[in-house]
Ligand binder design. Structure first.
Ligand code: ADP
Ligand code: ADP
Length: 227
């Protein structure tokens, strides 16, 4: 069933000559891997920030499970975001970083550590719990950021070019890891990328953006054979 609805959303930044988002409508299914593909400046990040709640539409609405969340602040949405920069706390160990959202949510220490360990195992980083972030490679840090993003089991995970800083080989490994993680968790992924191959190989459906509009929307097969 549908978990997320973006309904007729417009956004023009102050002073801009054209809208960053122009009549955007789409739905994402529960547990779907949905990609937003497009060149730089096409509005991908703005759309993601809208879903996360960091931006408000000028016009239009965002719904989750049919409930209007347009004016619900980011921290009260059942949504987490992973960015290209990992933004780990440098003074905290890996496991403390992963457990941090649970601490904010007020869960007990034993429960926090158990859940954090489980998520570290899911991203194959169970052996690195006691390390500090600077002792890890870029790909490992991104896996920790992922573990931290899923530790509260959000219904939607937003990923903004999460592999953009990695070299090609690592990126391919991480693509496989992301897809199997997504299948295992059943969390809806909304994945922003400017890499067409990545979007087409990983996703259930893809929205292709151009100049603030959705130019195409469909399965990878539909997009690939009907360019
Ligand atoms: P993408 O993620 O596809 O690169 P963005 O959503 O970042 O696209 O940008 C869409 C358009 O909105 C671009 O023209 C960009 O310059 C503009 N834009 C993005 N963020 C801001 C902002 N905070 N203030 C003004 N203009 C912005
Ligand atoms: P991306 O392509 O991933 O969106 P950018 O380098 O375009 O990355 O944007 C980085 C940050 O700068 C974002 O927070 C975006 O909102 C902001 N930004 C982008 N374009 C503008 C702009 N024209 N004016 C002000 N802020 C902008």
């Amino acid at each position: 069933q549908t978990i997320l609805t973006v309904a007729g959303v417009d956004k023009t930044y102050p002073g801009a000559t054209r809208p960053a988002l122009d009549r955007i409508s789409l739905t994402v299914g529960a547990g779907e891997f949905f990609s937003i593909l497009g060149p730089s400046g096409s509005g991908k990040t703005t759309l993601l920030r809208m879903i996360a709640g960091f931006e408000r539409p000028d016009v239009g609405r965002i719904l989750m499970d049919g409930e209007d969340i347009t004016h619900v602040p980011p921290f009260r949405r059942d949504v987490r975001t992973v960015f290209q920069s990992y933004a780990l706390f440098p003074h905290m160990s890996v496991i403390e970083n992963v457990a941090y959202p649970l601490r904010m949510a007020g869960s007990r220490k034993a429960e926090r550590l158990a859940k954090a360990r489980e998520c570290l195992d899911l991203v194959s980083m169970g052996d690195f719990a006691a390390r500090l972030p600077h002792q890890l490679s870029g790909g490992q840090r991104q896996r920790i950021a992922l573990a931290r993003a899923i530790v509260c089991r959000p219904r939607i995970l937003l990923l903004d070019e999460p592999l953009g800083a990695l070299d090609l080989r690592l990126r391919q490994q991480m693509q496989h890891m992301l897809v199997s993680l997504q299948r295992e968790l059943g969390i809806a992924f909304v994945y922003v990328t400017h890499d067409q191959g990545e979007a087409l190989s990983m996703s259930d459906r893809v929205a292709v953006m151009s100049e603030g509009r959705i130019a195409q929307l469909g399965t990878p097969r539909e997009i690939y054979f009907d360019p």
